[in-house]
Design a protein around this ligand. Sequence first.
Ligand code: BES
Ligand code: MN
Ligand code: ZN
Length: 496
Amino acid sequence: MTTKAFWPAEPSVLSISTPPHQAATDAVVIGMDPSGRLGASATLLDQACGGTLSRLIEAGEIRGKSLELTPLYGLANVTAPLVLVVGLGDSAELDRGVAFRAAATASRHLASRERKRVAFFLDLSATELVEHAIAGALVGCQGPDLYRREKNRFPFSEVHWQSHHQASIDAGKILGNSVNLTRRLVNEPPQELYPETFAEFCVDVAQRRGLEIEVWDEARLTTERCESLLAVARGSVRPPRMVILRYRGNPQDKRNLAFVGKGVTFDSGGLSIKTSDSMQDMKCDMAGAATVLGAINAIAQLKLPINVSAFLGLVENMPGGASYKLGDVLKTRQGTTIEVLNTDAEGRLVLADVLNVAVEQGASHLIDLATLTGACMVALGTDVTGAMSNSADWCDEILLAAQECCERVWQLPMYPEYGELIRSEVADIKNIGGRWGGAITAAKLLEVFVNNLPWTHLDIAGPAFLDKPKTWQDAGGSGALVRTLVQIARRFTKSA
Ligand code: BES
Ligand code: MN
Ligand code: ZN
């Protein structure tokens, strides 16, 4: 089989100590707030060019409103041919989310033309703002046009960042490149990215980052009794894989944070086949696995002093002569039997076995990420992740981390009544719960397989894939929650 490395060149991020008007780059980005007062970098630039910035503010042309862009070409006595002023909004409301989006919006604008070197002077002081802004600058310049002859987006080769602690610059680069890794995988066509190639890419990541890795092929999955996962894979000519990645940043620590990801590289629905319209974006159904991989890639590079493992369930869900059928009863690895009443509710069947492996391998805290249900999008819309959990404390920890990163996560209830909806007459449970509360009945099935360990399920069906671009990000794979998972890991280092 031909191996394909999904690694385009990543931009390097360098610290720059020259003042903004002397930066020898293709463009310079300057931050502005709505107060009318110029920040340190804006003042230097304004003085150099003879007051153009102050005059534009005076004229109401530049207002500093959040994400407002004002490109200024050929300013006098400024080395860079283009200065892009980006609004940062009210300084009291400047959080990681604004920092990320402002830098990404500027970066996305600049990356519409070929520019090799871009310098950012946003005058951010807090290290966490710097990190997330750098991440934004890297995310904004990468698009989904990998297979276009005429590119819409030209990633920079160098991002020059206003001098700051080297550690924050490095962390921002790691964060941004990891979000982009996830986005790239989600954007790959399913013909290129299927369980085997996905697993090979994981091997590549493991080698680069010094992670332990195990790849379970069909034979191993069979001896491991992963019959539920194998059943989903049976309709496809692409054999399934389970990937286990381990990062040991603190061998003394008994706790083990486990990330579990749904990696359905294409979801046709199987015999319960989807309509063409709802199948169109189903290459994104591996976003959970891609998110988990992006997160552990970042955590390993950040060398966080904790233990993290990632478990990826990689299958393709297709109709075929060997497909699993409605009425089939699957025996999961854990022992619970599941009656299949819809082959399009496949993600939970894959995760049932993967969660069981994670539990058996000594996870102490579990988080799974999955583009699991359309019902979650009906409940929360396209921008919000649904959180469902068996532990209030563990869920709060995750909600807090998400809030710190300004990524939207909202908790849904897990009352026992929802569990009754997936009882079956012929097996222990069934894989669909009927029309109502679909995001939660799916989570109730997963809960059966986590053996009462603290666990939170994150349904990213909405935010993982953007139908339309945002001002700060192109359409397609979004990399949603990679930053939050890293933040959870960081918080985990402190709660030991
Ligand atoms: N992968 C889909 C869920 C999905 C829908 C993700 C839209 C992203 C965007 C999942 O496997 C699925 O098909 N779920 C079904 C469940 C139903 C059959 C109980 C759904 O949501 O319709
Ligand atoms: Mn499905
Ligand atoms: Zn699916």
